[in-house]
Design a protein around this ligand. Structure first.
Ligand code: ZN
Length: 416
């Protein structure tokens, strides 16, 4: 079975979910195709965003089996950028200071990758434990002295660690909550492992930023849930936890950093965001229904823009073979008729073929070869400034960039 479909809410178990946006059959975003695979049937799974009126959690209806989603080719090491490492270090140093952590404290990270976050604690003599099912990164972590359990985090693992006497003063969970099929088990596990005065620090993309900026291309099969402060506060309360503080941060097009404890009161920041969400109607289905109409408009406008450029004889390439790009192109019906090819810096992606739309991936150097494309569509809009800096030579030769969201437009000032 490649995927299952939920009948009840992933957060609260409510049995009536409202459909907000149906993408139809979408390819899996991480699997680039080889030449040989082009002749084989391609896996595609429906992608449907639904809303729970009981707890206001936005989620997708389909759960793709993890062994299908994270196949052997999944680039586990790919997502750790210098900026992200610095972001995690700042977070750790702040917690060490504000929570007065030192020898005798325990810090646990769920999905600890190669230990780049926990190392900030370990270097200061604080006991750490990483939990990550991916053997490659886990062994890198152990080699740098970060003890790592090679498992999925779940209620049972938390129980067994707790039975061994572990009580966490800090639990980190960055970009984990949105990915887990057993949301209830993971939140229970956090409560079980948390010391009485401990804090879980959880980061997840903020559904309000997704809606406000039309970031529909951040919806894909790996992202099962899309959180609001309202939904998280209710989810935590259901598990005997309190959302005591929250911050909006810029990562992934806009995220929340949430502080969750066993006891305590919501901070002014939590109350403020809950108030704003109430005002906006984040807990009502109509807030999301207008989003679906906006997404369809973005998709149609983008097709029309590319179509009119193409009709005038222009050449158009795409930049960055991201998960976002795969959803953007496939859900908007943009294929080889509108784009000539795509480019990506990663040598692992060059020579492969994008799923669904079957566009070929080249080295970005191709943008400078004749015929130089007149336009480049940015498929990783979150790295816009970085990409434009790298492609100064392309801009100097008269090339122009197109950003797809929040509304498709050709960037007028093509120098940075
Ligand atoms: Zn619910």
């Amino acid at each position: 079975m490649m995927y299952t479909t939920i009948q009840t809410c992933r957060g609260c178990g409510h049995d009536t979910l409202h459909e907000i946006l149906a993408f139809g059959n979408m390819p899996l975003v991480n699997g680039l195709l080889s030449e040989a695979q082009l002749s084989e049937p391609e896996p595609k799974v429906p992608l449907t965003v639904v809303f729970c009126p009981a707890c206001s959690l936005v989620q997708i209806r389909e759960t793709v089996a993890p062994e299908v989603l994270f196949n052997a080719e999944y680039p586990y090491f790919s997502s750790v950028s210098d900026a992200w490492v610095a972001h995690c270090r700042d977070n750790a140093l702040e917690l060490i200071e504000t929570r007065r952590l030192g020898p005798g404290s325990h810090v646990v990270e769920i999905a600890s990758n190669d230990g780049y976050l926990l190392k900030n604690y370990a270097e200061r003599g604080i006991a750490v434990l990483g939990i990550d099912p991916a053997s490659g990164p886990a062994s890198v972590a152990r080699n740098r002295g970060i003890p790592t359990r090679e498992e999925f985090f779940c209620r049972e693992l938390a129980q067994s660690l707790s039975a061994e006497g572990l009580r966490a003063d800090v639990i980190h969970g960055n970009n984990v909550l949105a990915h887990v099929a057993d949301l209830t088990g993971v939140v229970d596990g956090i409560r079980i492992l948390l010391a009485d005065d401990g804090v879980a620090v959880i980061e997840a993309p903020y559904v309000r930023d997704l809606i406000d900026h039309g970031e529909f291309d951040t919806v894909y099969h790996e992202h099962l849930c899309y959180f609001s402060v309202t939904a998280v506060a209710r989810l935590m309360a259901k598990h005997g936890l309190v959302l005591t503080d929250v911050r909006r941060i810029p990562t992934h097009g806009g995220s929340l950093r949430m502080y969750v404890q066993r006891t305590g009161r919501p901070s002014a920041a939590v109350e403020q965001l809950l108030g704003e969400e109430r005002e906006l109607g984040v807990d009502r289905v109509d807030f999301y229904e207008s989003f679906a109409a906006r997404v369809r408009a973005i998709q149609a406008d983008l097709r029309a823009l590319l179509g009119s450029l193409k009709a005038r004889g222009h050449r158009i390439a795409g930049y960055a073979v991201s998960a976002k790009g795969t959803i953007l192109l496939n859900s908007s019906g943009i294929d080889g008729q509108l784009l000539d090819y795509v480019v990506d810096l990663s040598p692992h992606k060059q020579g492969k073929i994008m799923p669904g739309v079957h566009l070929r991936v080249h080295d970005p150097g191709k943008l400078l070869q004749s015929p130089v494309p007149d336009y480049v569509l940015l498929l990783a809009w979150n790295f816009k400034d970085e990409i434009m800096r790298q492609q100064q030579e392309y801009l100097n030769r008269g090339g122009r960039f197109i950003v797809p969201i929040p509304a498709p437009r050709i960037l007028e000032d093509s120098t940075v």
